[in-house]
Ligand binder design. Structure first.
Ligand code: ADP
Ligand code: TYD
Length: 212
């Protein structure tokens, strides 16, 4: 499913500023003449948005860990087939707020060590990594208070609390080392505009390189 566009993802803990930065980067790249598709996970296609409601709303114990991996992967497969792959094939820049690295972290680490299962299913059903992943790293308590500030019903994971946020932060940093070729770590504990300027610089560099 590799196309000729650029596939760029944002990762990081809840409240780290991913959605804000994804939106700003889309505006910047569009202003520079690129065709950009801004999307998010879980979701990003009509079917995947339906699955989003199933996984993000309701009781934290609603799904077993294994069922949850299947649901996130099903949503991703639909998103890839219907939104991401066609856009990349048309040469567009796809900016995605979270992707498979979030499943490696949240489903792979939060309820026992299920990372192998996540990777196996990813290999079978998705088989595509981003060209560039921007990890917005930040203090877990600040992230949680920012995320809690947005009132809503999508709280299944935020309900897990500060301990999970801390483990996710450490996990994301370890993942950035594991996949050091495509990851860049950005300090998110700064003003929005300072973070955005680093983000834009890294994206522009990636746009100059040939993609796989
Ligand atoms: P995420 O998508 O990672 O959960 P958001 O982009 O939704 O994060 O940001 C969460 C909240 O924090 C929003 O209210 C946003 O306006 C605010 N925010 C984002 N980046 C910063 C920043 N660098 N400094 C202060 N507040 C920020
Ligand atoms: P998101 O809307 O990006 O939340 P936030 O803006 O707070 O970061 O994602 C919602 C939640 O979904 C988030 O807590 C992380 C979780 N999630 C997973 O557990 N696995 C996944 O594969 C993805 C994409 C998200």
């Amino acid at each position: 499913m590799n196309g000729s566009g650029l596939f760029l993802t944002f990762e990081g803990i809840d409240g780290s500023g991913k959605s804000t930065q994804a939106r700003l980067l889309a505006d910047t790249l569009r202003a520079e003449g690129h065709e950009v598709v801004l999307t998010r996970e879980p979701g990003g296609s009509p079917g995947a948005e339906e699955i989003r409601r199933l996984v993000l709303e309701g009781d934290p114990d609603r799904w077993s860990a294994e069922t949850e991996i299947l649901l996130f992967t099903a949503a991703r497969r639909d998103h890839l087939e219907r939104t991401i792959a066609p856009a990349l094939a048309a040469g567009k820049v796809v900016i995605c707020d979270r992707f498979a690295d979030s499943t490696r972290m949240y489903q792979g680490l939060s309820r026992g060590d299920l990372r192998r299962l996540v990777d196996q299913l990813h290999g079978l059903m998705i088989g595509r990594e981003p060209d560039l992943t921007l990890l917005i790293d930040m203090d877990p308590d600040t992230g949680l208070s920012r995320a809690k500030g947005r009132k809503g019903t999508e709280e299944r994971f935020e309900d897990f609390g500060p301990e999970l946020q801390r483990r996710m932060r450490a996990g994301f940093l370890a993942l950035a080392e594991e996949f050091s070729g495509r990851f860049r770590v950005i300090d998110g504990n700064r003003e929005i505009s300072a973070v955005a300027s680093d983000v834009a610089e890294m994206a522009r560099k990636a746009l100059l390189q040939p993609t796989s």
